[in-house]
Design a protein around this ligand. Structure first.
Ligand code: NDP
Length: 279
């Protein structure tokens, strides 16, 4: 039985095993998906060990996405442009790296927006913010506002994106995100605000009913951003949908089979509700 796993530190909070195992059982596949806690300094050795143990595929999450890109033998074009990997597929002599967060963002936002939509703002400048910017570029956006706590990190990401994709990125501080909201239609929260810090990155007063908001945070729900979006009548997509969309894409890469996304979503929401993390 070839195994699959998610690697992270910490990893106890991850809903990926519940979600993937539900999809594997439904398709009657013999694989099982487990969570493995891996400290940053252990990543390289762990990847070698899991390869020799015959693991078929891996997801990597915080804090390993950028390091995993460096350890991969080959990279998909998204993973190369973003410089981060969240999915590794076993090759004969190593791992092929992919970034399915791009498909996650596309799966969440594409049904909500038409061509030439009214601009986008990404909050955060880490690996998932980079994936969100790449996805917005794929949808046809040529200019994005990037709001982050650390200006230096945001400017480094902006330079990379402008060089590689030709996309214009306007960097602002996270404190200015509210005021910038009126100039965009789409807002992606790619910070952990709401997960580890119980505050919304944007207050309700800055939002309106034409906003489409993707919040990558999925627990505890309702997040402060969700409350703000609902108070303003904005369209809100939560991090569970993002988790399912990126997970379904990883599942296809691992096994070449189409998983049942509604069943994956149900499994995650039930698990979160049992843990008291979702309404
Ligand atoms: P990174 O650690 O790479 O980046 C985190 C970003 O959040 C940085 O820009 C950082 O700012 C900012 N940040 C961290 N803490 C704070 C704070 N207290 N106040 C303001 N800004 C803060 O993380 P990722 O990009 O990989 O992930 C970001 C979030 O998205 C995580 O919560 C993760 O769980 C979630 N996520 C969810 C997915 C899903 O499937 N639902 C998929 C991928 C990510 P600075 O540069 O100043 O440090």
């Amino acid at each position: 039985m070839a195994l699959l796993a998610v690697l992270g530190y910490p990893i106890r909070h991850s809903a990926s095993p519940v979600m993937h195992n539900a999809a594997l059982r439904a398709l009657d596949l013999p694989n099982r998906y487990i969570a493995i806690e891996v400290r940053p300094e252990e990543l390289h050795e762990t990847l070698k060990k899991l390869h020799s143990l015959g693991f078929k595929g891996l997801n990597v999450t915080i804090p390993h996405k950028e390091a995993a890109a460096r350890h991969a033998t080959q990279l998909s074009k998204e993973a190369e442009a973003i410089g981060a990997v969240n999915t590794l597929k076993r090759l004969g002599d190593g791992w092929a790296g992919y970034n399915t967060d791009v498909a996650g963002v596309l799966g969440c936002l594409s049904p909500l927006i038409g061509k030439g939509f009214g601009g986008a703002m990404v909050l955060g400048a880490g690996g998932s913010a980079a994936a969100a910017i790449y996805a917005l570029w794929r949808i046809g956006e040529d200019r994005v506002v990037l709001a982050n706590r650390s200006r230096e990190r945001a400017e480094a990401l902006a330079r990379r994106v402008m060089d590689r994709l030709g996309l214009r990125v306007d960097v602002v501080g996270l404190g200015e995100a509210g005021e910038k909201a009126s100039s965009v239609e789409v807002i992606v929260n790619a910070t952990p605000l709401g997960l580890t810090y119980h505050e919304s990155p944007i207050e309700a007063g800055y939002l309106n009913c034409s906003h489409k908001i993707l919040d990558m945070v999925y627990s505890p729900s309702p997040t402060p951003l969700r409350k703000a979006a609902e108070a303003a009548g904005a369209t809100y997509v939560d991090g569970v949908r993002m988790l399912v969309e990126q997970g379904a894409e990883a599942f296809k890469i691992f096994l070449g089979a189409e998983p049942d996304k509604s069943l994956m979503e149900k499994a995650v929401r039930s698990w979160l509700a049992l843990r008291g993390g979702s309404r």
